[in-house]
Design a protein around this ligand. Structure first.
Ligand SMILES: NC(=O)c1ccc[n+]([C@@H]2O[C@H](COP(=O)([O-])OP(=O)(O)OC[C@H]3O[C@@H](n4cnc5c(N)ncnc54)[C@H](O)[C@@H]3O)[C@@H](O)[C@H]2O)c1
Length: 448
Protein backbone atom coordinates (compact mmCIF):
# COMPACT_ATOMS: atom_id res chain seq x y z
CA UNK A 1 0.00 0.00 0.00
CA UNK A 2 1.06 3.57 -0.50
CA UNK A 3 1.14 5.41 2.82
CA UNK A 4 2.18 8.95 3.73
CA UNK A 5 3.23 9.86 7.26
CA UNK A 6 2.79 13.58 7.94
CA UNK A 7 5.16 14.44 10.80
CA UNK A 8 8.43 12.51 11.17
CA UNK A 9 9.05 12.77 14.91
CA UNK A 10 9.12 9.89 17.41
CA UNK A 11 5.77 8.50 16.30
CA UNK A 12 5.84 9.33 12.60
CA UNK A 13 9.35 8.05 12.01
CA UNK A 14 8.92 4.85 14.00
CA UNK A 15 5.51 4.13 12.45
CA UNK A 16 6.81 4.92 8.96
CA UNK A 17 9.88 2.71 9.33
CA UNK A 18 7.83 -0.18 10.77
CA UNK A 19 5.13 0.05 8.06
CA UNK A 20 7.93 0.04 5.47
CA UNK A 21 9.38 -3.03 7.14
CA UNK A 22 5.97 -4.72 6.72
CA UNK A 23 6.40 -4.14 2.98
CA UNK A 24 4.33 -0.99 2.46
CA UNK A 25 5.57 1.93 0.39
CA UNK A 26 6.11 4.85 2.80
CA UNK A 27 6.85 8.54 2.39
CA UNK A 28 7.63 10.41 5.61
CA UNK A 29 6.98 14.13 5.44
CA UNK A 30 8.13 16.84 7.82
CA UNK A 31 8.01 20.62 7.86
CA UNK A 32 11.49 20.84 9.35
CA UNK A 33 13.80 20.83 6.34
CA UNK A 34 16.87 20.09 8.51
CA UNK A 35 15.21 16.90 9.77
CA UNK A 36 14.42 15.68 6.26
CA UNK A 37 17.91 16.56 5.01
CA UNK A 38 19.43 14.59 7.90
CA UNK A 39 17.17 11.60 7.18
CA UNK A 40 18.09 11.72 3.51
CA UNK A 41 21.78 11.61 4.53
CA UNK A 42 21.00 8.50 6.60
CA UNK A 43 21.18 10.32 9.95
CA UNK A 44 18.46 9.73 12.52
CA UNK A 45 17.42 12.92 14.32
CA UNK A 46 16.24 11.14 17.50
CA UNK A 47 17.62 8.42 19.73
CA UNK A 48 15.49 5.28 19.66
CA UNK A 49 17.06 1.81 19.96
CA UNK A 50 17.07 -0.08 16.64
CA UNK A 51 15.58 2.79 14.65
CA UNK A 52 18.61 3.76 12.64
CA UNK A 53 19.11 0.20 11.27
CA UNK A 54 15.39 -0.09 10.46
CA UNK A 55 15.35 3.26 8.65
CA UNK A 56 18.55 2.53 6.75
CA UNK A 57 17.55 -0.94 5.55
CA UNK A 58 14.08 0.12 4.42
CA UNK A 59 15.36 3.29 2.75
CA UNK A 60 17.98 1.17 0.94
CA UNK A 61 15.24 -1.24 -0.18
CA UNK A 62 13.36 1.72 -1.69
CA UNK A 63 10.32 1.38 0.57
CA UNK A 64 10.99 4.44 2.74
CA UNK A 65 11.68 7.99 1.59
CA UNK A 66 11.64 11.48 3.10
CA UNK A 67 10.42 14.82 1.82
CA UNK A 68 9.20 18.23 2.93
CA UNK A 69 6.50 18.38 0.25
CA UNK A 70 3.45 16.23 0.81
CA UNK A 71 1.46 17.08 -2.31
CA UNK A 72 2.78 14.44 -4.75
CA UNK A 73 2.88 11.57 -2.24
CA UNK A 74 -0.60 12.40 -0.85
CA UNK A 75 -2.09 12.40 -4.35
CA UNK A 76 -0.88 8.80 -4.82
CA UNK A 77 -1.62 7.54 -1.30
CA UNK A 78 -4.16 4.97 -0.07
CA UNK A 79 -3.78 6.27 3.49
CA UNK A 80 -2.31 9.46 4.96
CA UNK A 81 -1.39 9.41 8.64
CA UNK A 82 -1.25 12.61 10.68
CA UNK A 83 1.51 12.18 13.30
CA UNK A 84 2.29 15.79 14.17
CA UNK A 85 2.69 17.13 17.71
CA UNK A 86 -0.26 18.02 19.95
CA UNK A 87 1.46 19.86 22.81
CA UNK A 88 -0.36 21.62 25.64
CA UNK A 89 -1.67 24.99 24.53
CA UNK A 90 0.00 27.84 26.40
CA UNK A 91 -2.30 29.38 28.96
CA UNK A 92 -5.13 26.85 29.25
CA UNK A 93 -3.56 23.38 28.96
CA UNK A 94 -5.95 22.23 26.23
CA UNK A 95 -4.33 20.23 23.40
CA UNK A 96 -2.91 22.59 20.77
CA UNK A 97 -4.47 21.27 17.57
CA UNK A 98 -3.02 23.91 15.25
CA UNK A 99 -0.47 21.45 13.76
CA UNK A 100 -3.15 18.82 13.16
CA UNK A 101 -5.47 21.28 11.45
CA UNK A 102 -2.65 22.78 9.37
CA UNK A 103 -1.73 19.28 8.22
CA UNK A 104 -5.40 18.55 7.41
CA UNK A 105 -5.59 21.67 5.22
CA UNK A 106 -2.44 20.75 3.32
CA UNK A 107 -3.60 17.18 2.85
CA UNK A 108 -7.01 18.37 1.62
CA UNK A 109 -5.49 20.38 -1.21
CA UNK A 110 -3.46 17.39 -2.43
CA UNK A 111 -6.13 14.63 -2.29
CA UNK A 112 -6.80 12.61 -5.46
CA UNK A 113 -9.05 9.55 -5.48
CA UNK A 114 -10.43 7.82 -2.37
CA UNK A 115 -8.00 8.32 0.53
CA UNK A 116 -8.19 7.45 4.21
CA UNK A 117 -6.85 10.17 6.51
CA UNK A 118 -5.77 8.66 9.79
CA UNK A 119 -5.16 10.66 12.95
CA UNK A 120 -2.34 8.98 14.84
CA UNK A 121 -1.54 12.05 16.93
CA UNK A 122 -3.20 12.01 20.35
CA UNK A 123 -6.21 14.30 19.90
CA UNK A 124 -9.27 15.21 22.00
CA UNK A 125 -12.66 13.72 21.30
CA UNK A 126 -14.26 15.38 18.30
CA UNK A 127 -11.01 16.28 16.52
CA UNK A 128 -11.77 13.74 13.78
CA UNK A 129 -15.08 15.51 13.16
CA UNK A 130 -13.25 18.83 12.82
CA UNK A 131 -10.56 17.37 10.51
CA UNK A 132 -13.38 15.99 8.33
CA UNK A 133 -15.13 19.38 8.31
CA UNK A 134 -11.91 21.23 7.34
CA UNK A 135 -11.19 18.89 4.45
CA UNK A 136 -14.82 18.85 3.25
CA UNK A 137 -14.89 22.67 3.26
CA UNK A 138 -11.69 22.97 1.22
CA UNK A 139 -12.45 20.06 -1.09
CA UNK A 140 -16.20 19.40 -1.41
CA UNK A 141 -15.34 17.15 -4.37
CA UNK A 142 -12.85 14.89 -2.56
CA UNK A 143 -13.51 11.25 -1.71
CA UNK A 144 -12.10 10.52 1.72
CA UNK A 145 -12.71 9.14 5.21
CA UNK A 146 -11.22 10.30 8.50
CA UNK A 147 -10.18 7.57 10.92
CA UNK A 148 -8.75 7.65 14.45
CA UNK A 149 -5.90 5.23 15.12
CA UNK A 150 -4.18 6.32 18.34
CA UNK A 151 -0.62 5.19 18.94
CA UNK A 152 0.39 3.42 22.14
CA UNK A 153 4.14 2.92 21.58
CA UNK A 154 6.58 3.78 24.34
CA UNK A 155 9.75 5.70 23.58
CA UNK A 156 12.75 3.48 24.26
CA UNK A 157 10.83 0.36 23.19
CA UNK A 158 8.99 1.93 20.27
CA UNK A 159 9.81 -0.56 17.52
CA UNK A 160 8.93 -3.60 19.58
CA UNK A 161 5.72 -1.89 20.73
CA UNK A 162 4.75 -0.97 17.19
CA UNK A 163 5.46 -4.41 15.78
CA UNK A 164 3.97 -6.34 18.69
CA UNK A 165 1.28 -4.07 20.09
CA UNK A 166 -1.01 -5.10 22.95
CA UNK A 167 -3.84 -3.88 20.72
CA UNK A 168 -4.60 -1.74 17.70
CA UNK A 169 -7.53 0.65 18.11
CA UNK A 170 -9.29 1.72 14.92
CA UNK A 171 -12.08 4.26 15.16
CA UNK A 172 -13.89 4.56 11.85
CA UNK A 173 -17.35 5.57 10.72
CA UNK A 174 -17.34 3.89 7.28
CA UNK A 175 -16.86 0.31 6.22
CA UNK A 176 -14.60 1.11 3.27
CA UNK A 177 -12.23 3.00 5.59
CA UNK A 178 -12.08 -0.09 7.84
CA UNK A 179 -11.17 -2.20 4.81
CA UNK A 180 -8.22 0.08 4.00
CA UNK A 181 -7.10 0.03 7.66
CA UNK A 182 -7.34 -3.76 7.67
CA UNK A 183 -4.95 -3.84 4.70
CA UNK A 184 -2.56 -1.38 6.40
CA UNK A 185 -2.38 -3.56 9.53
CA UNK A 186 -2.67 -6.96 7.83
CA UNK A 187 0.91 -7.98 8.74
CA UNK A 188 -0.01 -7.45 12.39
CA UNK A 189 -3.23 -9.48 12.15
CA UNK A 190 -0.93 -12.29 11.11
CA UNK A 191 0.97 -11.74 14.39
CA UNK A 192 -2.51 -11.96 15.98
CA UNK A 193 -2.44 -8.49 17.50
CA UNK A 194 -5.93 -7.77 18.83
CA UNK A 195 -7.77 -5.19 16.73
CA UNK A 196 -10.41 -3.14 18.45
CA UNK A 197 -12.89 -1.60 16.03
CA UNK A 198 -14.74 1.33 17.56
CA UNK A 199 -16.40 4.58 16.64
CA UNK A 200 -14.04 7.46 15.91
CA UNK A 201 -14.88 9.31 19.12
CA UNK A 202 -14.43 6.17 21.20
CA UNK A 203 -10.96 5.60 19.73
CA UNK A 204 -9.97 9.19 20.48
CA UNK A 205 -11.07 8.89 24.09
CA UNK A 206 -9.54 5.43 24.59
CA UNK A 207 -6.04 6.85 24.17
CA UNK A 208 -6.56 9.54 26.81
CA UNK A 209 -8.27 7.15 29.19
CA UNK A 210 -5.35 4.69 28.90
CA UNK A 211 -2.70 7.35 29.53
CA UNK A 212 -4.62 8.89 32.42
CA UNK A 213 -5.02 5.47 34.02
CA UNK A 214 -1.29 4.72 33.74
CA UNK A 215 -0.47 8.15 35.18
CA UNK A 216 -2.85 7.38 38.04
CA UNK A 217 -1.12 4.07 38.76
CA UNK A 218 2.28 5.77 38.96
CA UNK A 219 0.95 8.56 41.16
CA UNK A 220 -0.79 6.08 43.43
CA UNK A 221 2.40 4.13 44.13
CA UNK A 222 4.32 7.39 44.59
CA UNK A 223 1.91 8.39 47.35
CA UNK A 224 2.25 4.94 48.90
CA UNK A 225 6.04 5.46 48.79
CA UNK A 226 5.68 8.67 50.79
CA UNK A 227 3.56 6.82 53.33
CA UNK A 228 6.11 3.98 53.43
CA UNK A 229 8.78 6.52 54.36
CA UNK A 230 6.66 7.70 57.27
CA UNK A 231 5.68 4.27 58.61
CA UNK A 232 8.87 2.34 57.90
CA UNK A 233 7.47 0.06 55.15
CA UNK A 234 9.09 -0.88 51.84
CA UNK A 235 7.26 0.37 48.75
CA UNK A 236 8.92 -2.14 46.43
CA UNK A 237 7.48 -4.98 48.52
CA UNK A 238 4.11 -3.23 48.71
CA UNK A 239 4.11 -2.86 44.92
CA UNK A 240 5.03 -6.51 44.44
CA UNK A 241 2.35 -7.59 46.89
CA UNK A 242 -0.19 -5.52 44.97
CA UNK A 243 1.04 -6.33 41.48
CA UNK A 244 0.93 -10.10 41.86
CA UNK A 245 -2.83 -9.69 42.00
CA UNK A 246 -3.86 -10.16 38.35
CA UNK A 247 -6.58 -7.57 38.71
CA UNK A 248 -3.89 -4.97 39.45
CA UNK A 249 -0.77 -6.13 37.59
CA UNK A 250 2.80 -5.21 38.45
CA UNK A 251 3.55 -2.72 35.69
CA UNK A 252 3.66 1.04 36.34
CA UNK A 253 4.02 0.46 40.07
CA UNK A 254 7.58 1.74 40.37
CA UNK A 255 7.83 4.61 42.80
CA UNK A 256 9.98 7.49 41.59
CA UNK A 257 10.26 11.24 41.08
CA UNK A 258 6.91 11.60 39.28
CA UNK A 259 5.89 10.93 35.69
CA UNK A 260 7.12 13.15 32.88
CA UNK A 261 7.70 12.86 29.16
CA UNK A 262 5.97 14.01 26.04
CA UNK A 263 2.65 12.28 26.73
CA UNK A 264 1.37 11.80 30.29
CA UNK A 265 1.61 15.42 31.50
CA UNK A 266 -0.01 16.94 28.43
CA UNK A 267 -2.54 14.14 27.90
CA UNK A 268 -3.81 14.18 31.49
CA UNK A 269 -4.19 17.95 31.23
CA UNK A 270 -6.04 17.74 27.92
CA UNK A 271 -8.41 15.06 29.28
CA UNK A 272 -9.11 17.24 32.33
CA UNK A 273 -10.01 20.15 30.04
CA UNK A 274 -12.25 18.05 27.79
CA UNK A 275 -14.06 16.56 30.78
CA UNK A 276 -14.62 20.03 32.26
CA UNK A 277 -15.93 21.35 28.94
CA UNK A 278 -18.48 18.54 28.79
CA UNK A 279 -19.58 19.19 32.38
CA UNK A 280 -18.26 15.88 33.75
CA UNK A 281 -15.02 16.80 35.56
CA UNK A 282 -12.47 13.96 35.79
CA UNK A 283 -11.67 14.58 39.44
CA UNK A 284 -9.33 11.64 39.91
CA UNK A 285 -7.23 12.75 36.96
CA UNK A 286 -7.27 16.35 38.19
CA UNK A 287 -5.83 15.18 41.51
CA UNK A 288 -3.26 12.94 39.82
CA UNK A 289 -1.96 15.84 37.73
CA UNK A 290 -1.77 18.17 40.75
CA UNK A 291 -0.04 15.57 42.96
CA UNK A 292 2.48 14.73 40.24
CA UNK A 293 3.23 18.36 39.57
CA UNK A 294 4.10 19.02 43.20
CA UNK A 295 6.12 15.84 43.47
CA UNK A 296 8.81 16.80 40.96
CA UNK A 297 9.86 19.89 42.89
CA UNK A 298 9.52 17.99 46.18
CA UNK A 299 12.27 15.70 44.86
CA UNK A 300 14.54 18.76 44.75
CA UNK A 301 13.71 19.36 48.41
CA UNK A 302 14.53 15.72 49.16
CA UNK A 303 18.04 16.31 47.82
CA UNK A 304 18.32 19.49 49.88
CA UNK A 305 17.30 17.53 52.99
CA UNK A 306 19.93 14.85 52.23
CA UNK A 307 22.50 17.67 52.14
CA UNK A 308 21.59 18.68 55.69
CA UNK A 309 18.90 21.20 54.82
CA UNK A 310 20.78 23.62 52.56
CA UNK A 311 22.56 23.44 49.19
CA UNK A 312 23.78 27.04 48.86
CA UNK A 313 27.27 26.91 47.40
CA UNK A 314 27.20 23.11 47.25
CA UNK A 315 27.76 21.11 44.08
CA UNK A 316 25.11 18.55 43.14
CA UNK A 317 25.80 15.84 40.54
CA UNK A 318 22.65 14.99 38.55
CA UNK A 319 22.84 11.53 36.96
CA UNK A 320 20.26 11.19 34.21
CA UNK A 321 18.20 14.00 32.68
CA UNK A 322 15.75 12.43 30.22
CA UNK A 323 12.28 11.52 31.50
CA UNK A 324 13.15 7.83 31.23
CA UNK A 325 16.06 5.69 29.96
CA UNK A 326 16.65 4.81 26.29
CA UNK A 327 15.39 8.08 24.90
CA UNK A 328 16.82 11.55 24.38
CA UNK A 329 13.44 13.13 25.07
CA UNK A 330 13.52 15.90 27.69
CA UNK A 331 9.90 17.00 27.36
CA UNK A 332 8.44 17.53 30.86
CA UNK A 333 11.26 15.47 32.41
CA UNK A 334 11.29 15.51 36.25
CA UNK A 335 14.93 16.64 36.02
CA UNK A 336 13.72 20.07 34.86
CA UNK A 337 11.86 20.78 38.13
CA UNK A 338 14.52 19.09 40.28
CA UNK A 339 17.39 21.10 38.77
CA UNK A 340 15.33 24.31 39.03
CA UNK A 341 14.63 23.65 42.74
CA UNK A 342 18.33 23.01 43.41
CA UNK A 343 19.42 26.10 41.50
CA UNK A 344 16.82 28.13 43.42
CA UNK A 345 18.42 26.84 46.62
CA UNK A 346 21.81 28.16 45.48
CA UNK A 347 23.38 24.86 44.33
CA UNK A 348 25.86 24.43 41.50
CA UNK A 349 24.80 21.69 39.09
CA UNK A 350 26.95 19.14 37.29
CA UNK A 351 24.95 16.85 35.02
CA UNK A 352 25.37 13.84 32.78
CA UNK A 353 22.97 11.88 30.57
CA UNK A 354 24.04 9.24 28.03
CA UNK A 355 21.73 10.48 25.24
CA UNK A 356 19.82 13.53 26.42
CA UNK A 357 22.55 16.19 26.76
CA UNK A 358 21.78 18.01 23.51
CA UNK A 359 18.08 18.35 24.27
CA UNK A 360 18.87 19.10 27.92
CA UNK A 361 21.03 22.07 26.99
CA UNK A 362 18.01 23.69 25.35
CA UNK A 363 15.55 22.69 28.08
CA UNK A 364 17.26 22.99 31.48
CA UNK A 365 17.06 26.28 33.35
CA UNK A 366 20.06 28.26 34.61
CA UNK A 367 23.72 27.39 34.57
CA UNK A 368 24.53 23.69 34.35
CA UNK A 369 27.95 22.14 33.87
CA UNK A 370 27.62 19.21 31.44
CA UNK A 371 30.00 16.31 32.08
CA UNK A 372 31.52 13.58 29.94
CA UNK A 373 30.44 10.59 32.05
CA UNK A 374 29.06 9.59 35.45
CA UNK A 375 32.47 9.68 37.19
CA UNK A 376 33.30 13.10 35.77
CA UNK A 377 29.86 14.22 36.95
CA UNK A 378 30.31 13.20 40.61
CA UNK A 379 33.83 14.64 40.88
CA UNK A 380 33.96 17.20 43.67
CA UNK A 381 30.19 16.92 44.33
CA UNK A 382 28.62 17.32 47.76
CA UNK A 383 25.82 14.98 46.71
CA UNK A 384 24.82 12.88 43.70
CA UNK A 385 21.24 12.23 42.65
CA UNK A 386 20.08 9.49 40.29
CA UNK A 387 17.14 10.96 38.39
CA UNK A 388 16.92 8.57 35.41
CA UNK A 389 17.58 4.83 35.71
CA UNK A 390 19.91 4.41 32.72
CA UNK A 391 21.63 1.02 32.89
CA UNK A 392 25.06 2.61 33.23
CA UNK A 393 23.98 4.13 36.56
CA UNK A 394 22.89 0.72 37.90
CA UNK A 395 26.39 -0.66 38.23
CA UNK A 396 28.57 2.28 39.19
CA UNK A 397 31.88 1.53 40.91
CA UNK A 398 30.72 3.01 44.22
CA UNK A 399 34.21 2.88 45.73
CA UNK A 400 35.46 5.06 42.90
CA UNK A 401 32.44 7.34 43.16
CA UNK A 402 33.14 7.84 46.87
CA UNK A 403 36.76 8.79 46.34
CA UNK A 404 35.78 11.29 43.63
CA UNK A 405 33.01 13.00 45.62
CA UNK A 406 33.58 15.72 48.17
CA UNK A 407 30.88 14.23 50.41
CA UNK A 408 29.53 10.69 49.98
CA UNK A 409 25.83 11.52 49.70
CA UNK A 410 23.72 9.54 47.20
CA UNK A 411 20.03 10.22 46.58
CA UNK A 412 18.53 7.43 44.50
CA UNK A 413 15.19 8.61 43.09
CA UNK A 414 14.77 5.33 41.13
CA UNK A 415 15.63 2.81 43.85
CA UNK A 416 18.26 1.16 41.66
CA UNK A 417 20.63 0.30 44.54
CA UNK A 418 20.22 -1.80 47.65
CA UNK A 419 20.38 0.51 50.64
CA UNK A 420 22.53 -1.79 52.81
CA UNK A 421 25.07 -2.24 50.02
CA UNK A 422 25.51 1.51 49.49
CA UNK A 423 25.53 2.38 53.19
CA UNK A 424 28.12 -0.34 53.81
CA UNK A 425 30.44 1.62 51.49
CA UNK A 426 30.14 4.64 53.78
CA UNK A 427 27.54 6.63 51.88
CA UNK A 428 24.69 8.63 53.27
CA UNK A 429 22.01 7.05 51.07
CA UNK A 430 18.42 8.15 50.55
CA UNK A 431 15.86 6.43 48.31
CA UNK A 432 12.13 6.43 47.59
CA UNK A 433 9.85 4.76 50.12
CA UNK A 434 11.99 1.87 51.25
CA UNK A 435 11.55 1.90 54.96
CA UNK A 436 13.69 4.69 56.35
CA UNK A 437 11.64 5.19 59.52
CA UNK A 438 11.07 8.92 59.81
CA UNK A 439 11.20 11.06 62.89
CA UNK A 440 7.42 11.55 62.59
CA UNK A 441 6.60 7.85 62.84
CA UNK A 442 9.08 7.34 65.69
CA UNK A 443 7.33 10.10 67.60
CA UNK A 444 4.00 8.34 66.99
CA UNK A 445 5.42 5.03 68.29
CA UNK A 446 6.68 6.77 71.42
CA UNK A 447 3.36 8.46 71.94
CA UNK A 448 1.60 5.09 71.60
N1 LIG B 1 6.26 10.29 21.66
C1 LIG B 1 5.52 9.29 22.08
O1 LIG B 1 5.96 8.41 22.82
C2 LIG B 1 4.07 9.19 21.66
C3 LIG B 1 3.38 7.99 21.87
C4 LIG B 1 2.05 7.90 21.47
C5 LIG B 1 1.43 9.00 20.88
N2 LIG B 1 2.12 10.16 20.71
C6 LIG B 1 1.43 11.29 20.06
O2 LIG B 1 1.87 11.35 18.71
C7 LIG B 1 1.92 12.72 18.28
C8 LIG B 1 3.32 13.03 17.76
O3 LIG B 1 4.23 12.92 18.86
P1 LIG B 1 5.81 12.91 18.64
O4 LIG B 1 6.42 12.61 19.96
O5 LIG B 1 6.13 12.04 17.45
O6 LIG B 1 6.05 14.45 18.26
P2 LIG B 1 7.37 15.11 17.63
O7 LIG B 1 7.35 16.52 18.10
O8 LIG B 1 8.55 14.26 17.90
O9 LIG B 1 7.11 15.07 16.06
C9 LIG B 1 6.15 15.83 15.39
C10 LIG B 1 6.72 16.22 14.04
O10 LIG B 1 5.69 16.77 13.24
C11 LIG B 1 6.27 17.79 12.41
N3 LIG B 1 5.20 18.63 11.87
C12 LIG B 1 4.40 19.52 12.50
N4 LIG B 1 3.51 20.05 11.65
C13 LIG B 1 3.72 19.47 10.45
C14 LIG B 1 3.10 19.59 9.16
N5 LIG B 1 2.07 20.40 8.94
N6 LIG B 1 3.59 18.85 8.15
C15 LIG B 1 4.64 18.01 8.35
N7 LIG B 1 5.25 17.84 9.54
C16 LIG B 1 4.80 18.57 10.58
C17 LIG B 1 7.24 18.48 13.33
O11 LIG B 1 8.21 19.20 12.62
C18 LIG B 1 7.82 17.29 14.11
O12 LIG B 1 8.98 16.79 13.48
C19 LIG B 1 1.49 13.55 19.47
O13 LIG B 1 0.11 13.81 19.38
C20 LIG B 1 1.76 12.64 20.65
O14 LIG B 1 0.92 12.92 21.75
C21 LIG B 1 3.43 10.26 21.07
Amino acid sequence: MKIVMVGSGYVGLVSGACFADFGHDIVCVDKQASKIEALNRGEIPIFEPGLSELVRSNAAAGRLSFTTDLSGPVADADAVFIAVGTPSRRGDGFADLSYVYAAAREIALALRGYTVIVTKSTVPVGTGDEVERIIRELRPDAEFSVVSNPEFLREGAAIEDFKRPDRIVIGAEEERARTVMADVYRPLYLNSAPILNTSRRTAELTKYAANAFLATKITFINEMADLCEQVGANVQDVARGMGLDNRIGGKFLHAGPGYGGSCFPKDTLALIKTAQDYGTPARIVETVAAVNDQRKRAMGRKVVAACGGAVRGKTIAVLGLTFKPNTDDMRDAPSLAIVAALLDGGAKIRAFDPEGMEQAKAALPGEVHYCSDAYDCVTGADAAVIVTEWNIFRALDLGRVKTLMKEPVLVDLRNVYRAEQVRAQGFHYDDIGRGTVSAASKTKEHAA
